[in-house]
Ligand binder design. Structure first.
Ligand SMILES: Nc1ncnc2c1ncn2[C@@H]1O[C@H](COP(=O)(O)OP(=O)(O)OP(=O)(O)O)[C@@H](O)[C@H]1O
Length: 523
């Protein structure tokens, strides 16, 4: 196979951080090439260079040589990259929520009504043709959806497909870069995407596929390259794949999977949703009830789009929730965030970037700001409340400890969160939730974007929080195998309702059936 891309001695420093160190890499026509590595190993930096990202340009560019179709090229910005036939879908989705699906897919490539072309900039967009194109492209990815729906009203998983469709709709596309494209998809959607990616590669487009999910990587990639601390440490051809060896290359040690040791037998409800109504965008849920027991870890799962997030999002005001919610025997008002936080209820949403971090602030501020702001902790003179200066000595000690415990890769705790890799930002969010020390913690997709080793650390810290402080934890997630390891009970959502709650019998046939809304009686 001929090369579409070759990279020689590619390096990138961010001040004193060597994010990439003399990388040599090649990509063949029609190849799906996997890139794997721990959080902060340089994967995103590499593909951001290839896509001419602003972040690279504003921090002094890159060193080394990039060849496309055997011709040396300079990629100074995204426009250069696109002209060279490079398309990319980032970890953080970048879509225009107010526009509909077709407008997002056809952005900068709109069909124009022939007769109006004489008006130049004022020519009219041919919406019908745009919609037809968008629909056709989405179908190539196995998605059948009305392209007129506004993007803000669709779920994260569908947004992921829309972003990929935007890239493959470009008939000049040669190289498609996908940075963790399946992290917000469930098992079924992942299958659909992976099999369609194989088809896209067969049609001659080369794909760079970054993922922390090794089973997927070995399933679809023709080759896999392993990054560690900014260097390439190994490369595997399809016939030589060995997940254990690859893990060793990435992490340098074997991974021990955590699982829950004790079972929570509490019968006392700490929080009850009684026939509540929840709505957002086009989603509407009625007569939904759920009892959460004191001190348990409750998993809420289901296919994406079936509402696993509605309790946390509804209670904390991200969705509109109406109805009867009872906390420790007292009615509480959904959406009254200040009171809810004071009562010790905290939500760590699954879309962190939009809803969580103070990106231009330091790691330590992100870890502790809510604790000093809402809880008057980490103050030098607590009696003075908000008038007190912060106790920096305690904060620094605490933050350094948290960084070490959560294996957050940082230069130091003063580093701005926006300069951390995606996975390490995620760990800061988890650290903040742990710092708040809530009585009830709702957490969405806690291990999304996290490498194999750090996943276990995060699960272990959630277990520790639950066991040592008796925190009631509700994890809403599509990572069913992880939920099975740490939860006391798992509620399965199906089509806008709680379909069934399982208490320990997670390996049963009934559990598997429930995920697709079926029960034993119906088999
Ligand atoms: N602007 C910046 N300033 C300082 N360091 C940076 C900056 N951007 C990235 N880095 C550092 O470069 C290193 C590589 O980060 P990168 O985002 O490429 O990792 P990654 O392998 O993609 O990680 P993840 O799996 O978490 O997405 C990290 O140590 C990160 O902190």
């Amino acid at each position: 196979m001929e090369h579409v891309l070759k990279v020689e001695n590619l390096s990138k420093n961010f001040n004193d951080v060597k994010a990439l160190n003399k990388i040599n890499f090649d990509l063949k026509k029609g190849e799906i090439h996997g890139i794997i590595g721990a959080n902060g190993s340089g994967k995103s930096t590499f593909v951001n260079i290839l896509f001419g990202s602003k972040h690279i340009r504003e921090t002094g560019g890159y060193e080394g040589d990039i060849f496309i179709d055997n011709k040396r090229v300079e990629i100074k910005n995204t426009y250069d990259a696109m002209k060279l036939g490079i398309g990319m879908v980032h970890q953080e989705l970048v879509l225009l929520g107010e526009l509909d699906i077709s407008s997002n897919i056809k952005i900068n490539r709109e069909n124009i009504i022939e007769k109006t072309k004489i008006f130049g900039d004022f020519a009219l967009v041919d919406r019908t043709k745009n919609e037809a194109d968008a629909k056709k492209t989405l179908l190539k990815l196995g998605v059948d959806i009305n392209p007129r729906i506004k993007v803000k009203a669709i779920s994260t998983n569908l947004k992921q497909f829309v972003e990929i469709a935007r890239e493959i709709d470009n008939d000049k596309l040669k190289i498609l870069i996908l940075d963790e494209p399946t992290s917000s998809l469930n098992v079924e959607e992942t299958k659909v995407l992976l099999s369609n990616l194989k088809g896209i590669a067969k049609a001659g487009i080369s794909i760079i596929f970054i993922s922390h999910r090794l089973e997927e990587v070995v399933n679809i990639c023709h080759r896999v390259t392993i990054f560690k601390d900014g260097k390439i440490v190994n490369q595997y051809d399809k016939d030589d794949y060995d997940i254990n060896k690859m893990t060793m290359d990435m992490i340098g040690k074997e991974i021990v999977q955590v699982s829950k040791k004790r079972k929570n037998n509490a019968r006392e409800n700490i929080l009850s949703f009684n026939n509540v109504e929840v709505s957002y965008g086009y989603g509407h849920y009625e007569n939904i009830s759920l009892d959460i027991k004191k001190g348990e870890i409750l998993g809420i799962t289901g296919l994406a789009g079936h509402g696993q997030e509605i309790f946390g999002y509804g209670l904390m005001g991200l969705y509109d929730m109406k109805g009867d919610v009872v906390f420790k025997g007292e009615k509480i008002v959904p959406g009254d965030i200040e009171t809810l936080i004071q009562k010790g209820i905290y939500l760590l949403p699954d879309e962190r970037k939009e809803l969580g971090l103070l990106l231009d602030r330091s790691v330590w501020e992100n870890l502790v700001f809510e604790s000093y702001d809402e809880q008057n902790r980490f103050l030098k003179y607590p009696v003075l409340g908000k008038l007190s200066p912060l106790n920096y000595k305690v904060i620094r000690g605490y933050s350094n400890n948290m960084v070490e415990k959560l294996n957050i890769k940082v230069r130091d705790i003063d580093q701005k969160v926006m300069d951390l890799s995606g996975g390490n930002q995620q760990k800061v969010c988890i650290g903040r939730a742990i710092t708040i020390d809530p009585e009830i913690l709702f957490v969405g997709e806690p291990t999304r974007g996290i490498d194999l080793y750090s996943k276990e650390i995060i699960l272990d810290m959630l277990l520790e929080l639950n066991e040592e402080r008796n925190t009631t934890i509700i994890i809403f997630s599509g990572e069913i195998s992880e939920l099975k390891r740490v939860c006391d009970r798992i509620a399965v959502m199906y089509r806008n309702r709680v379909f069934k709650i399982f208490d320990g019998d997670f390996e049963s046939e009934e559990f598997s059936l429930a995920l697709s809304g079926r029960s034993l009686e119906g088999v």
